[in-house]
Ligand binder design. Structure first.
Ligand code: SF4
Ligand code: SF4
Length: 419
């Protein structure tokens, strides 16, 4: 697409944004893949429409306020990327655009408070745990609270699992085949810490030494996707220094965290840490991909039970990291498991970081549709690779009165190994 963007006017992220815009040929192949276009039915809420809006703001021919409602409605699910024949790197446009817009945009007092609350709690496990406990108590006052606060309270689980902590090192069982470091995640380690325990158990059983760096922090994805570049850079730098060298991989088990860490080179673009971020991101690998690359995995015992497992593709695993077949292959290793394919698997479940807080109506519609498609497979179990999706699917299952368990792929595999 021809444009008049002056990259140097938009800081270190300007050239990336201009390049993404120039790659788009306006063909429209991405429209059918976009969940918000399907929901809202307007060109301005499609990838192509948003690219044009952002281009015009960057060129100075459109007011930021006119574009923001449609840019804000973007899930950042990246379903448009694999659908695009020209290879438009949409992620290089949407998050930098949001980061640059933050300096100019005006927010209501309530919106500022809501953002502050999520950004000061979600990325910090102890604060998040405390906020979740306090929020549960505040649910009795929900009817007198503003709508956005009620949405946040609704999303809180009724009960948190007991706190878990992890040692700094877990030796491989048997002959050591690899050495990795694990990102334990922030919200995940509060909402379902067993995912990390299961991941460590599976990796060590497969001959992998696992390091859990004690000084690691949030991956920064939550901050990055809502335009808080400063906080995203802080977390990226913290992790650059927390993770040791001499690893075969930096393993993630939350799709959002993995894709966030993949984007460290963009987050730290034009800073003195950029080269370090490039080397770091090259080591980041989702656990399902790592195990598939490792190969020659131990045999899973046959429990004699048959299970239909619906596998839900987390957007930040399938679209952002291109990891689709690997989790399915791990599930198929389990005797008796049939992996069920969900219709319209490319459509986001509506979780998308803090999207279900920021855009509750669209998130709710997407959650309902996803659950209908999942239940159509008549599953005994739902597996996925992202805590945000697990929470969203769990909430919508419970609203629908369904009790199908939702587990992380690592939990399914760990349980199957245990027999
Ligand atoms: S990231 Fe998702 S919601 Fe946003 S334009 Fe792309 S497909 Fe649509
Ligand atoms: S498919 Fe790619 S090139 Fe075509 S309109 Fe969408 S983003 Fe642009």
């Amino acid at each position: 697409m021809l444009h008049n963007i002056q990259p140097e006017d938009h800081g270190p992220l300007g050239p990336e944004m201009a390049k993404a815009v120039s790659t788009c040929v306006h063909c429209g192949f991405c429209l059918a893949a976009c969940p918000t276009y399907q929901q809202l039915g307007q060109e301005v809420d499609s990838p192509r429409g948003r690219i044009v809006l952002m281009k015009e703001v960057l060129e100075g021919s459109m007011q930021l306020d006119d574009a923001l409602p449609h840019v804000d409605a973007c899930l950042g699910c990246l379903a448009c990327e694999p659908a695009c024949p020209s290879g438009v790197p949409y992620r290089d446009l949407i998050s930098p655009f949001r980061a640059n817009s933050e300096k100019q945009r005006k927010r209501s007092l309530m919106n500022r408070f809501q953002r502050l609350l999520t950004q000061l709690t979600l990325p910090y496990p102890s604060r998040f745990r405390m906020a979740a406990k306090t929020g549960r108590l505040a649910k009795v006052f929900a009817s007198v609270l503003p709508g956005s606060m009620r949405v946040m309270l609704d999303l809180l689980p009724d009960q948190l699992p007991p706190r878990q902590s992890w040692k700094e090192r877990y030796p491989a069982q048997g002959k050591q085949r690899a050495r990795v470091a694990l990102l334990t995640g922030c919200a995940q380690s509060v909402l379902d810490p067993d995912i990390n325990t299961a991941t460590i158990e599976v990796l060590t059983r497969c001959g992998v030494e696992v390091i859990v760096p004690p000084k690691q922090g949030c991956c920064g994805a939550l901050s990055w996707h809502v335009g808080n570049l400063h906080q995203a850079q802080h977390f990226a730098r913290q992790n650059l220094s927390a993770f040791p060298s001499g690893l075969d991989a930096i393993v993630t088990n939350a799709a959002g965290c993995g894709s966030g860490m993949d984007e460290y080179p963009l987050i730290l673009k034009g800073t003195k840490d950029e080269a370090k971020a490039v080397a770091f991101s090259q080591q980041v690998c989702d656990v399902s991909l790592f195990l598939n690359r490792l190969g020659d995995l131990p045999e899973v015992p046959d429990s004699g039970t048959k299970k239909r497992v619906a596998y839900h593709d987390a957007c930040h695993l399938a679209n952002a990291q291109g990891v689709r077949e690997e989790p399915r292959a791990l599930l198929r290793m389990i005797p008796g498991v049939t992996v069920m394919e969900i219709a319209d698997a490319h459509l986001c479940c509506g979780s998308a970081g803090t999207y279900n807080i920021d855009q509750p109506a669209i998130a709710d519609d997407l959650g309902k549709s996803k659950i209908e498609s999942v239940l159509a497979t008549q599953p005994d179990l739902i597996a996925t690779g992202n805590i945000g999706c697990m929470t969203q699917l769990g909430n919508h299952l419970s609203k629908a009165g369904e009790k199908v368990p939702v587990k992380h792929t690592m939990q399914v595999l760990r349980d199957a190994f245990a027999g």
